[in-house]
Ligand binder design. Structure first.
Ligand code: UT7
Length: 334
């Protein structure tokens, strides 16, 4: 059975840097509170009229393809993860396909809605298509614009300070050897927790998708039970990582690099301690970008790769947890 290797990785972040102090000018918060509770120092916000969810994803994908020595002509399948698509429908995958000139070939585009776990879910789906031999080259993209949907009043401060905009992408390619590639992916969900972190409107099941009242009452903004999410996350991260390691007959000490979804530096630190990993084996960059949900793992992995932290033969562990709740892990022999 062929394996999936990461043939190229890329990212795109918008140029507008927003510091904690910038946010403190708009709402009752402080640089100290945000740093202490989350580790975040700054994040990027998109430029309306320039950046879109799809075109940010396309920029990241172009970088990934170029680094793989490939072009858009080589892509067999697009998987696009986002919780904030450009339109309610169609998804942003087809918009990226158009943006990158793949429409005439009819390249299929699948949107994945698994929020913070979107990249791991996408990787898992892509890996299955490659293992079965159906596709040889799959583009996996995570792209998010949060800043247009956040509540910048005091009411939304707990959520708003955490999120940022950005995109990341990998090109997966079919590989016939057994020395490299994705070893396994594990994905899970618990729909009982759906409303613990969610945007409830616009809603397909409301009498009208969106009304003036929904907007006036702030129902269009994300709601989150932060403490509850935190507790679940620090339980599920290690669990799903151990599930993948056990499946492969490996242990946490075999991990060379752990790149967690960038939700909160305290969550990453708690998971690191449970797994007993030394600090240098974990790569975090939430300080610079905040939580970019589906984009956070490829943005962080790209940075680790650029810094030379990932070498051929290394065991790389990726893991995520988020709204749904959804969670998952991936083990990759680089
Ligand atoms: O990928 C999944 C995405 N989500 C997450 O991972 C979120 C997981 N949860 C968290 O990261 C943390 O729960 C938060 C960072 C959201 C909050 O940290 P916390 O230590 O759980 O604080 P808290 O929610 O218990 O709030 C402590 C206090 C409260 O005030 P009182 O009730 O003690 O007077 C909040 O009202 O901090 C207040 N607060 C703020 N203060 C300043 C909440 N947000 C802010 C803010 N600035 N932005």
């Amino acid at each position: 059975m062929p394996r999936s290797i990461i043939a190229g990785i890329g990212y795109y972040v918008p140029e507008n840097v927003v510091t904690n102090d910038d946010l403190a000018l708009q709402m009752d918060t402080s640089d100290q509170w945000i740093r202490e509770r989350s580790g975040i120092q700054q994040r990027r916000y998109f430029t309306p009229g320039k950046d879109t969810v799809a075109n940010m994803g396309a920029r990241a994908a172009e970088m990934a393809l170029e680094r793989a020595g490939l072009s858009a002509d080589d892509v067999d399948f697009i998987i696009f993860a986002t919780l904030n698509p450009d339109y309610m429908f169609p998804g942003s995958g087809v918009l990226l396909q158009r943006e990158m000139g793949m429409s005439s070939r009819g390249v299929p585009a699948l949107d994945i809605r698994a929020q913070c776990s979107g990249f791991i879910y996408s990787l898992s789906v892509a890996d299955q298509f490659i293992k079965t031999g159906m596709y040889k080259t799959v583009l996996v993209v995570g792209s998010e614009i949060h800043s247009s949907g956040l509540d910048f009043s005091d009411r939304g401060r707990d959520v708003t300070v955490l999120f940022g905009d950005g995109a990341g992408a990998v090109v997966l390619q079919s590989y016939e050897g057994t020395d490299r590639g994705i070893l396994t992916t594990k994905i899970h969900a618990d729909g009982e927790q759906a409303e613990k972190l969610a945007v409830l409107t616009p809603s397909g099941s409301a009498p009208r998708h969106i009304t003036h009242e929904m907007i006036d009452e702030g129902q269009v903004f994300p709601v989150m039970n932060g403490r509850y999410v935190f507790k679940f996350a620090i339980e599920k991260f290690p669990e799903v990582i151990m599930e993948a390691l056990n499946d492969q007959g490996l242990s946490a000490s075999d991990i060379d690099l752990f790149v967690p979804h960038q939700a909160n530096l305290r969550i990453a630190e708690a998971v690191r301690q449970v797994l007993q990993l030394p600090e240098e084996k974990v790569h975090n960059n939430i300080m610079k970008y905040g939580n970019t949900t589906a984009a956070s793992i490829p943005i962080a992995l790209n940075e680790a790769w650029e810094l030379g932290k990932v070498k051929p033969g290394d065991l790389v562990c990726l893991a995520a947890f988020g709204s749904g709740f959804t969670w998952g892990s991936a083990l990759i022999r680089w």
